[in-house]
Write a protein that binds this ligand. Structure first.
Ligand code: TMP
Length: 211
């Protein structure tokens, strides 16, 4: 089988985890081997980087933050993602380069182009076959996170609403610029409806034809 690399993007509370779980079950029932992973934190080293980047107390310089995400990505892509794709697996990944561009490049103001080229260098050029953007109203997403976790936000989640509005718009702009790579789904719809839209894009990519 041909390996595939599918990424999920979107703000906090958009339902990436739920949708990844549903999609994994659907693909596995149809005989595909799925590697579910995430950034930051998809490897043992990445778990330690994730702890720093999301839970460090006090100030973290924005460029340091960008490099921590890039370091996590470099190790993850080389040791886990590329080998899985080479084996013919479907890699289903929560967040990738587009998150760095949206959060560090645009919302932190480090520059979308610079962060994209840093990230692509870190990943040695590995691009997703498909990126699913779960687009959701920021206030709705934040309310979902608060309801699920009782108001304990990590470093990035604690940023003001305007930061997250900027992130949302940055994702939408990237999707508009690369319509062939992106599937934009209204994450305000019900979970089964969102999943239906995702399956209709993933099916043809992985050779599943259910009419
Ligand atoms: P999550 O795994 O709960 O989505 O948390 C990851 C957080 O890190 C989320 O707030 C988005 C942020 N992030 C970045 O700022 N840049 C990145 O490159 C990635 C992968 C995530």
């Amino acid at each position: 089988m041909t390996g595939r690399f599918i990424t999920l993007e979107g703000g906090d509370g958009a339902g990436k985890t739920t949708q990844a779980e549903l999609l994994t079950a659907w693909l596995e029932e149809r005989g595909r081997t799925v590697v579910r992973t995430r950034e930051p934190g998809g490897t043992d080293l990445g778990v330690r980087i994730r702890e720093i980047v999301l839970h460090e107390r006090g100030h973290v310089a924005p460029r340091a933050e960008a490099l921590l995400y890039a370091a996590d990505r470099a190790h993850h892509v080389e040791t886990l993602v590329r080998p899985a794709i080479a084996r013919g697996d479907v890699v289903l990944q929560d967040r990738y380069i587009d998150s760095s561009v949206a959060y560090q490049g645009v919302a932190r103001g480090l520059g979308a182009e610079q962060i994209r080229s840093l990230s692509e260098w870190a990943a040695d050029g590995l691009a997703p076959d498909l990126t699913i953007l779960l687009d959701l109203d920021v206030a709705v997403g934040r309310a979902r996170v608060a309801a699920a976790r009782g108001d304990t936000f990590d470093r990035l989640e604690s940023e003001a609403e305007a930061f997250h509005e900027t992130v949302r718009q940055a994702f939408l702009d990237m999707a508009a610029a690369e319509p062939r790579r992106f599937l934009v789904v209204d994450a305000g719809a019900s979970a089964p409806e969102v999943q239906r839209a995702i399956r209709s894009a993933v099916g043809p990519l992985v050779g599943i034809d259910e009419g």
